[in-house]
Ligand binder design. Structure first.
Ligand SMILES: *Cc1c(COP(=O)(O)O)cnc(C)c1O
Length: 392
């Protein structure tokens, strides 16, 4: 099919819930994507942080194929090898104790919220169920995770929302303390707020939140759906913040392109969710887990170091272009935000770059870049060249 045919068919039969860019993708290689007519795009998005290994990664394809030939799905009524091995790897590399696998980020966060409330219920009984989240956060699109999201624009249309969330300004311990109360059971945060605009939290603040949670027996819930799996230059961002969350969610990049998510809990929380209290039919899919194991193999410590270097290279490269529409860059590893100067909108900039052959994302009022972690120097240079040509 041609690009035009794909667009028409989509517009006719797929529910119109996405503001799509006018590009159809047919195939990819490395950090490059091609439309059906063969036009090349440099990909600074990796499908919103999902395709961590880029496109056409041979070991990944082989593992998916091999597991697919053995068995694709069995349900969690039986044991399978690959999810058990992936859970082991995640725990050994992070210091967490056990994993529950799900399918998407919002769903993982639902599990994290359920775990926090049950932890508190088991220990203190009813009435201690409020979770404090941060302003500008993003936690998902379910009725509960919309409400957990600290942005008013998401609290619309779908009433009634789940009760039990309060919001505090990021990076202010006083603001967090002002939301305290006998009804609180947990604090939930992203270490680098993604959709909110690529806003990294201060390390001192995060350490202080961890201490406050320990003092009050609140669970510290970290949403690493976007920051996790190497994106920030460590396997999980919490490792750079020098904390161990009670529960941490992950999704996007975990299986390098297949739908998988989950939560990891520390020793204190390992027994909270018991048989019958939490489940999902598709969770712990053996093919997704086999893909996840390849991602873990490739994300060695040396590779994670290279993610930091690439992030710095890209940020330096962007700032050196001195483009009239761009201010400062910020972020962690290959999770990069670019400030858009007054007089420009991120949407028009994204549209122009995409039209010129460079795929980028927006977040908050800025531009956001989440390139495949395997992006090469040459691909980054091509992307920078397109920025220069298009926006100078
Ligand atoms: C993308 C994202 C989610 C939602 O994940 P889905 O897979 O779309 O449900 C939740 N939290 C954060 C931080 C995210 O970036």
């Amino acid at each position: 099919m041609t690009s035009q045919e794909i667009k028409s068919l989509t517009n006719q039969y797929v529910m119109n819930t996405y503001g799509r860019f006018p590009v159809a993708i047919d195939r990819g290689e490395g950090a490059r994507l091609y439309d059906p007519e063969g036009r090349e795009y440099i990909d600074f998005t990796s499908g919103i942080g999902v395709s961590a290994l880029g496109y056409g990664c041979e070991p990944w394809l082989e593992a998916v194929n091999a597991q697919g030939k053995k068995v694709v799905h069995t349900s969690n009524l039986f044991y399978t090898e690959t999810p058990a091995r992936l859970a082991e790897t995640l725990c050994k590399r992070t210091g967490e104790s056990c994993v529950f696998f799900a399918n998407g980020g919002g769903e993982a966060n639902e599990g994290m919220i359920k775990l926090a409330r049950k932890y508190s219920f088991d220990k203190y009984g009813q009435g201690r169920s409020t979770i404090i989240t941060l302003q500008n956060s993003f936690h998902g699109r379910t009725i509960t995770t919309l409400k957990a999201t600290g942005q008013d624009v998401f609290h619309n249309f779908f009433f009634p929302f789940t009760e039990g969330f309060r919001y505090a300004e990021a990076n202010s311990l006083d603001a967090l303390k002002a939301q305290a109360g006998a009804d609180v059971c947990a604090v939930m945060l992203e270490l680098v707020q993604g959709e909110g605009g690529v806003l990294p939290l201060d390390k001192d603040y995060v350490k202080a939140v961890e201490a406050l949670c320990a003092e009050k027996d609140w669970l510290l819930l970290v949403d690493e759906v976007q920051t996790g799996v190497g994106r920030t230059g460590s396997l999980f961002a919490f490792q750079q913040y020098d904390i161990l969350p009670d529960v941490c969610s992950f999704a996007k990049g975990i299986a390098g392109g297949l739908p998988m998510s989950g939560i990891m809990a520390n020793e204190k929380c390992r027994g909270v969710l018991t048989p019958g209290t939490h489940a999902t039919t598709f969770g712990a899919n053996p093919v997704c887990a086999a893909a996840g194991l390849v991602v873990q193999e490739i994300l060695s410590d040396a590779f994670l170091e290279s993610v930091k270097e690439k992030g710095q290279y890209l940020r330096d490269g962007i700032e050196a272009l001195n483009l009239p529409c761009f201010g400062k860059t910020r972020g962690l590893g290959l999770m990069i935000g670019i400030e858009v100067r007054e007089g420009w909108t991120n949407k028009e900039i994204a549209n122009r770059l995409i039209e010129a052959g460079l795929l980028v994302l927006t977040a908050g009022p800025g531009i956001r870049l989440l390139p495949p972690l395997v992006i090469t120097r040459d691909e980054m240079d091509k992307g920078l060249e397109i920025m220069k040509k298009t926006l100078a």
